[in-house]
Design a binder for this molecule. Structure first.
Ligand code: NAD
Length: 507
């Protein structure tokens, strides 16, 4: 049975900002196949627009456009490349409200978050890497007398980038800004269910002066377009953010031409509260860690690990706070928590409530989809569940929703063992007033990022990425510039006295 999907009420401020075609070689074009897919408003599952879905022929076209643009772009002065990214940052700020609305409409992010986090962080990322372009430099190595050895950092060529739906605007900037600053050309595939903000960025890129072909944005299905980019022999590198299962497929697909791979995958962040923590801050921090963006964050504080002496007091206040969170239409400025981004994902998150019950877990709060006005959307109540053991599925598997698993501990050693007991290692938090304990735990936790008396801090200068099944490679800062370049070592004989020793000096 085909379901009719009502058209979304599109706010007037988005007139002209919704693009539905692929962006290839500086132009919006239809997919060769003519295929489209609806992008939905998760508030009520109404259709926003039909979006062109890229197939193999479109990706080939984009790669060839990028290859044509590459010689000029990679040889342009780094300062001029940076200038375009800096201009883009200004344009993002000039169009901030429109971009925030677009992101909230497509993803369900509360508009207040899109305004104060997603859009400003996106602008800051392009600005940071715009400034980085002419500051990332090579080296001169002090080698044997008579020789000069210099190492330049060269761009890779045409890079493929595949991003998920949880922070489409921000993650597109994390991927594209450093790649472009380093002199690469880009073929980027946004998630099929949230393509709108990246297509609008493509248009702003052109307005900022980006030459045609340098940036190509192709919405498409993961198994079709994403897989093809990962396999493509003319793509020099694939940078992927998404689930660990897809990450494994990307590694396999990349083997054909041994392309460079960078993976930002899943997580199951432990947020540990010790008995000496300043509780009001820890309670607020724990709510932010798991409920921001409806828990759809790889670094979410999905495991709340409490010292048993403070657990009851903490949970009483934390539960009251969770129950007071205002759920609602993401476009309403009073909304604190919006819907999940898709119905399928909502159902998956709710299935973990059943799993929790089967495992003997105790649902302390939430656990349902709200009714009334919100019943047509992808909403889930803020959910707090106490697990019986750290080995339970709800304490091991990524739920990726407003679902926090509570565990308790008696000793620091036990807290550390719990923190390190999953296959993931992306983000972790700890709350204590004991400095020595804080730094010792930070050293021992197997995780790419650790936050002490805070949670989920990110900055374009600070490396972001995971260990274990959370992936490899780092976004941000100088680390990511190394990910998007390769070293070339050049040797020069600068002393006429020195000649090759073999087979024997020439007469
Ligand atoms: P997903 O792996 O299903 O999809 C991510 C992207 O990959 C989408 O664009 C999708 O179309 C594409 N894709 C799907 N199959 C593909 C294939 N065979 N080949 C190439 N591309 C393919 O993940 P998701 O559900 O969209 O995102 C949620 C996941 O992303 C969570 O696991 C979350 O932890 C992770 N994530 C990680 C980070 C990080 O930085 N470590 C950040 C955000 C999200």
């Amino acid at each position: 049975m085909t379901q009719t999907i009502a058209k979304s009420q599109i706010p007037a401020s988005l007139q002209g900002a919704i693009h539905t075609q692929l962006f290839i070689d500086g132009k919006f074009v239809n997919a060769e196949s003519g295929e489209t897919m609806a992008t939905l408003n998760p508030h009520d599952n109404s259709e926003i627009a039909q979006i062109a879905m890229a197939g193999h022929a479109d990706i080939d076209k984009a790669i060839h456009a990028a290859q044509r643009a590459y010689p000029k772009w990679s040889r342009m002065s780094a300062m001029d490349r940076g200038r375009i990214l800096l201009k883009l940052a200004d344009l993002i700020e000039a169009n901030a409200e429109q971009l925030a609305m677009l992101e909230s409409l497509d993803t369900g992010h509360p508009i207040r978050d899109s305004r104060i986090l997603d859009v400003p962080r996106t602008a800051v990322t392009y600005r940071y890497f715009g400034g980085m372009a002419d500051k990332f430099q090579g080296d001169v190595v002090p080698v044997e007398a008579g020789f000069l050895n210099y190492v330049s950092r060269e761009p890779l060529g045409v890079v493929g980038q595949v991003v998920p739906w949880n922070f489409p605007l921000m993650f597109t900037s994390w991927k594209m800004a450093p790649a472009l600053a380093a002199g690469n050309c880009v073929v980027l595939k946004p998630a099929e269910i949230t393509p709108l903000s990246s297509l609008r960025i493509a248009e702003l890129m052109a307005e900022a002066g980006m030459p045609d072909g340098v940036v190509n944005i192709l919405p498409g299905l993961g198994q079709v377009a994403g897989q093809y980019i990962a396999e493509h022999p003319e793509i020099a590198k694939i940078a992927f953010t998404g689930s660990t299962a897809t990450g494994r497929r990307i590694v396999q697909a990349s083997a054909g031409n041994l392309k460079k791979v960078q993976l930002e995958l899943g997580g199951k962040g432990a947020n540990i509260v010790f008995e000496d923590a300043f509780l009001p801050a820890a309670i607020n921090g724990a709510a932010w860690a798991i409920f921001h963006n409806q828990g759809q964050a790889c670094i979410a504080g999905a495991r709340l690990v409490l010292h048993e002496s403070i657990a009851e007091e903490f949970l009483e206040k934390f539960t009251a706070l969770a129950k007071s969170i205002r759920l609602g239409n993401p476009l309403d400025p009073n909304t604190e928590m919006g819907p999940l981004t898709s119905q399928m994902h909502r159902d998956r998150v709710l299935s973990y409530v059943d799993i929790a019950r089967q495992e003997g877990g105790e649902v302390l709060s939430g656990g349902k989809a709200p009714g009334g006005d919100l019943s047509a959307g992808c909403y889930v109540e803020p959910t707090i569940v106490r697990a019986k053991s750290t080995h339970d599925r709800i304490a091991q598997e990524e739920v990726f929703g407003p679902f926090v698993t509570v565990l308790t501990f008696k000793t620091d050693e036990e807290a550390l063992a719990i923190a390190n007991s999953t296959e993931y290692g992306l983000g972790a938090g700890l709350w204590t007033r004991n400095l020595q304990r804080a730094h010792l735990m930070a050293r021992e936790i197997k995780s790419g990022m650790v936050w002490i008396n805070c949670y989920k801090r990110v900055n374009p200068g600070s490396p972001f990425g995971g260990v274990g099944q959370s992936g490899y490679g780092r976004e941000m800062g100088f680390d990511v510039m190394r990910e998007y370049t390769q070293a070339k070592s050049v040797w020069v004989n600068i002393d006429a006295q020195i000649v090759p020793h073999y087979p024997r000096p020439a007469k």
